[in-house]
Design a protein around this ligand. Structure first.
Ligand SMILES: Nc1ncnc2c1ncn2[C@@H]1O[C@H](COP(=O)(O)OP(=O)(O)OP(=O)(O)O)[C@@H](O)[C@H]1O
Ligand SMILES: [Mg+2]
Length: 438
């Protein structure tokens, strides 16, 4: 009796979704030429070795698929390569359904050299990173040059002005800042349409293994003073420098919170620009946006819409969580996950009272950091420092700290540049948590 798993996984040659972009004739000709050139025995053998190499790498990257099935999948792809990767009737990137023996998975084909393996299963925590108000974010595997990427997708129904605007903001600002080191690296962005003419936005990004939210929680859970003052100051600068850059470009983020800050190596970047806006654009409407726990006094009061100063408030909340062992007094009251008997309106009122109380206790100017936090959380938005002022003051505090001598591997005393050493410390601490996550 034939065992089902011996059959190669079938791939539906008609895409379930395809891009709104039409592939150019030049691109089709180029890929066809590449395929025609692959017929000699040598090339086939070399390809097989490379295939095994790829399979090994995908295993190391924990792609949730058995080796035997991966092997058959590669086989099927090479048999159907023309129909799959350079079909003139298909607009790429396109998504094809793959029927594996146990799991359902999809291939998103960008070109014969870039094929993503995707498991759109919202219940699988190995592949689904987040289901948010707007987006679903998945871990996906690039199988031709194996690597993990993050794949965010959001439905953008025709006629839904708000969703069209937030999707448009993501496109606009992630592309605008893509050359900076301050935002999530965007590899591709496109829109898909399916048979029902529904539009889906896709953002293909570098995968970051940690969010600032997880990082701060883990530091808190450990109840250890893991972060020295100098490392905290470097982190605070890494949080503030991007904001100073966005503001210089006249962009407000309007949803600054630890979940929207991603970390990898010693990098710290911002994501989620759905609410972002250009303050220089006369068409920008003043809205009351953000996430309750990080929302400024004036936005909660619905007195003024978001401004640069409301971003500063949110950043002040984050710096508080970084520097203090305790959460700020109104954090839990506004935490949307915290079920409480009080209504949201009552909780907001209590939070506003706590903010007032905090504001009345002015710290001494000698306590530079406390004073800076107090100013960032000033009830009057006009008294808050700008992001650049915060950066300058944090830099000053960092240079006021006593400097350490450091040894290199040979045991020789070297005065390494202070920032370089601190960045290494930050990197070591980040990696500690990444291993724990896996
Ligand atoms: N490039 C990435 N690498 C790793 N994880 C990511 C990446 N992009 C997003 N995430 C994760 O997905 C979560 C949601 O992403 P994002 O904030 O962009 O979507 P959202 O729908 O606007 O979410 P929410 O409504 O919850 O704010 C992030 O908090 C983060 O945990
Ligand atoms: Mg978010």
């Amino acid at each position: 009796m034939a065992i089902q798993s011996c059959h190669p996984p079938s791939i539906d040659i008609m895409p379930v979704k395809q891009s709104c972009r039409k592939i150019t004739k030049w691109e089709i000709e180029k890929t066809q030429k590449a395929i025609q050139g692959l017929n000699s025995k040598d090339k086939i053998e070399r390809r097989l070795i490379r295939r095994e190499d790829r399979i090994h790498k995908l295993q190391l990257l924990k792609a949730p698929i058995a080796v035997s099935e991966l092997r058959r999948l590669f086989n099927t792809i090479s048999i159907d390569k023309k129909k799959l990767c350079c079909n003139p009737d298909v607009q790429y990137p396109a998504i094809f359904r793959v029927n594996l023996t146990k799991k359902k998975c999809f291939l998103e084909v960008h070109s014969p050299k870039q094929i993503l393996l995707i498991f759109f299963n919202k219940d699988d925590h190995h592949t689904c990173i987040s289901i948010g108000a707007f987006k679903r974010v998945y871990k996906v595997w690039e199988i031709m040059q194996p690597q993990i990427m993050a794949y965010a997708t959001a439905k953008v129904p025709e006629g839904n002005k708000w969703k069209i605007e937030t999707a448009g903001n993501e496109d606009k600002y992630l592309n605008l800042f893509n050359r900076s080191t301050f935002t999530v690296r965007l590899y591709a962005n496109h829109y898909h349409i399916n048979g029902n003419n529904n539009r889906w936005q896709v953002l293909l990004m570098k995968y970051y293994s940690l969010t600032l939210f997880d990082f701060l929680n883990k530091i808190r859970e450990k109840k250890m003073n893991l972060l020295s003052d100098d490392v905290k100051l470097v982190l605070a600068l890494k949080i503030m420098e991007p904001i100073a850059y966005f503001h210089k470009k006249s962009v407000v983020h309007r949803d600054i919170k630890p979940e929207n800050i991603l970390m990898e190596g010693s990098d710290l970047v911002y994501t989620d620009f759905g609410f972002a806006a250009d303050m220089d654009d006369p068409k920008t409407t003043r809205l009351f946006l953000g996430t309750l726990s990080f929302m400024s006094y004036e936005v909660l009061l619905r007195k003024y819409g978001n401004t640069f100063a409301s971003d500063i408030w949110s950043a002040g909340c984050i710096l508080w969580l970084l520097f203090s062992d305790e959460e700020y007094p109104w954090y839990e009251l506004l935490d949307e996950d915290d079920s409480d008997t009080l209504s949201t309106k009552e909780r907001i009122q209590l939070a506003l009272d706590k903010m007032l109380e905090f504001h009345e206790n002015i710290p001494s100017k000698v306590k530079k950091l406390q004073f800076l936090l107090w100013e960032m959380l000033h009830l009057n938005l006009n008294y808050r420092p700008t992001a650049q002022e915060v950066v300058d003051r944090l830099n000053q505090m960092l240079s006021d700290l006593p400097k350490e001598d450091t040894y290199d591997l040979s045991g020789e005393l070297k005065l390494k540049s202070q920032t370089e050493t601190l960045l290494q410390k930050v990197k070591n601490i980040f990696s500690l948590f990444v291993y724990e996550n896996e």
